[in-house]
Design a protein around this ligand. Structure first.
Ligand code: GLC
Length: 566
């Protein structure tokens, strides 16, 4: 695509990971090949042609490693083996080969901050075996009084008292996910070796889970009790984090041509440039939560508040503008395995299902950043109508609901049902709807998590090959992104700073200028975009016969257009 000697938007060289469309696979919910109800690696291989047809370039697979799955794989018991239910190392190697044969790269989720409490290191550490005493954050003290007021990302205290060692250990997430002590050089060496092990297998990079919380301050000072996630100001971008990340980049990653993306907690463009970009530690890019926290009120997870289109537009635009100045590369996603379904959250999953799902796809695939598309969003999968505690699987939502039931904030599931239906991460984790068969064609067995009843209407089989489907639209937009340098490297200009519903922006690269117009509402909007010039051609639109008079552009509900302009 881009000639190799061209300077790109971030002032750096064009590279494959700037041009790539990344697709996130959550293996347990993708495709089950053996009827045990859980997706697996051979199941992904069965769908390799589907991925190829979709046109994506890179797969990010969430953790496939051996794990008790207290947090669905983010609690790793053995970093060097594959969880039985997913297959084995031969299956993994076969997957890598099948993907590479189709020119699709594979990056793995890597959890550096914590392990499972069933990991051999933790078992040895809790017994204070020689050399392992300081692998985790241990603090001695009164068994009734945690060392500080930090909370876990899943609610409740971040500390659990261990009766074996008679000390508290820190877990920023589930109690079965103890935080590793990165101050210990032996821990750093272990984790470097793990990263190297997977690079040697020939994978194409990593998504580093919660990477910027790995450094904790000495003495574990109390956090601001009103600060949301209590303690965050101490452990996000902690005191030695740059030493740890640059150490990993210099000692291990620098020798490989790989994509690295860090999941940043409470990260800002200003702190991001210290991790990536020309003067950063060596990561390629990070991603943030600014636009996905807009519907959280002061009461956090329990508090759902309305958001405005202008807030999303401003949150994402701020990152583009500030990273342009700092020369660091950007990412964009709307949904992941940690968020509700995008068409239910940001669109209209009922009357304007097709229109809003494709409008969101247009934003994702035309924005100045490497796009990350979550599995199932390419067919417009929707939130699930959760109706009991028994249906829920997610450690985060179940922990919060159980705490609320215990402390009397709720008496029955129906008291919390609305929030669970809106917020639960399980919404993203219901199986891919391949067809309208039993269990959505995902498994011949009993699925590990309920299949969305919407599978009757929303599924791959009835969208494949149909030109007016969400799936075909995604395919066209992915192809467009591959064909238009401006969509990857083009400068971003926001054209509608203050329109309440329309988000229009221009992407320009050399002599090419593209205009993207999104009407983010279930009603018609009018806008004057004449400053962009005139429409030369329509490159994509989710409606037939789009208007082309930029001086008085009328956009129908959730209409999304990409024009070439002169
Ligand atoms: C990341 C993962 C999430 C997990 C958490 C703890 O945010 O995306 O799924 O629960 O880290 O590892």
């Amino acid at each position: 695509m881009c000639p190799a000697d061209t300077e790109t938007l971030d002032g750096g060289e064009p590279t494959w990971w700037k041009e790539a469309v990344v697709y996130e696979i959550y293996p347990q919910s993708f495709n089950d090949s053996d009827g045990d109800g859980t997706g697996d690696i051979p199941g992904i291989i069965e769908k390799a042609d589907y991925l190829d047809e979709l046109g994506i370039d890179v797969i990010w697979m969430t953790p496939p490693y051996d794990s008790p799955h207290a947090d669905n794989g983010y609690d790793i018991r053995d970093y060097r083996s594959i969880l039985d239910v997913f297959g084995d190392m031969d299956d993994f190697e076969r997957l890598l080969e099948e993907l590479h044969d189709r020119d699709i790269r594979l990056i793995l989720d890597m959890v550096l901050n914590h392990t499972s409490d069933e990991h051999a290191w933790f078992q040895k550490s809790r017994r204070e075996e020689d050399g392992y005493e300081d692998y985790y954050h241990w603090v001695e003290g009164d068994p009734d009084q945690p060392p500080n007021n930090w909370t876990s990302g899943f609610g409740g205290s971040a500390w659990t008292y261990d009766d074996t060692r008679e000390a508290w250990y820190l877990h920023l997430f589930h109690e079965k996910q103890p935080d590793l002590n990165w101050r210990n050089p032996a821990v750093r060496r272990e984790m470097h070796d793990v990263v190297e092990f997977w690079l040697q297998k020939g994978i194409d990079g990593f998504r580093f889970d919660v990477f910027n919380v790995m450094s904790k301050p000495e003495g574990y000072p109390d956090g601001d009790p009103d600060g949301g996630w209590v303690g965050m100001e101490h452990f996000a971008d902690g005191p030695r984090i740059h030493e740890y990340i640059s150490g990993l980049c210099d000692d291990v990653l620098a020798g490989y041509d790989v994509l690295t993306v860090g999941e940043g907690m409470d990260i800002t463009p200003r702190s991001a440039k210290r991790y990536c970009g020309p003067s950063g530690d060596g990561l390629n890019m990070v991603y943030h939560y600014d636009h996905t926290m807009l519907d959280y009120g002061d009461g956090g997870w329990w508090d759902i508040v309305d958001w405005e289109v202008s807030e999303i537009r401003d949150a994402l635009t701020k990152w583009v503008r500030q990273l342009e100045v700092t020369d660091a590369w950007n990412t964009v996603y709307l949904g992941t395995h940690d968020t509700p379904r995008i068409v239910s959250r940001f669109g209209n999953d009922d009357r304007y299902h097709y229109e809003s799902a494709t409008m969101l796809g247009t934003l994702l695939l035309t924005f100045p950043a490497t796009p990350f598309c979550f599995q199932g969003d390419e067919i417009g999968m929707t939130n699930y109508p959760w109706s009991s505690r028994e249906e829920m699987r997610d450690a985060d939502a179940t922990n919060r609901v159980e705490l609320a039931l215990e402390d009397g904030r709720a008496e029955t599931f129906s008291d919390v049902a609305d929030v669970v239906r809106y917020r639960s991460r399980d919404n993203a984790r219901t199986p891919i709807q391949w067809s309208d068969d039993e269990a959505g064609g995902f498994t011949d067995g009993d699925p590990w998590i309920p299949v969305n009843p919407a599978s009757d209407a929303i599924n791959v089989a009835n969208q494949r090959g149909r030109p007016d489907s969400v799936l075909s639209y995604y395919q066209r937009l992915i192809e467009l992104r591959h064909n238009e340098d401006a969509l990857v490297y083009g400068v971003y200009d926001l054209l509608t700073d203050d329109h309440p519903r329309v988000w229009a922006f221009e992407r320009s690269f050399e002599s090419e200028r593209l205009l993207v117009a999104l009407n983010w509402a279930g009603r018609t909007s009018r806008v004057d975009l004449s400053e962009a010039g005139e429409v030369a051609s329509v490159l994509a639109c989710n409606y037939d016969d789009p208007g082309t008079d930029l001086g008085a552009l009328t956009l129908r509900p959730y209409e999304a257009c990409v024009f070439r302009v002169v």
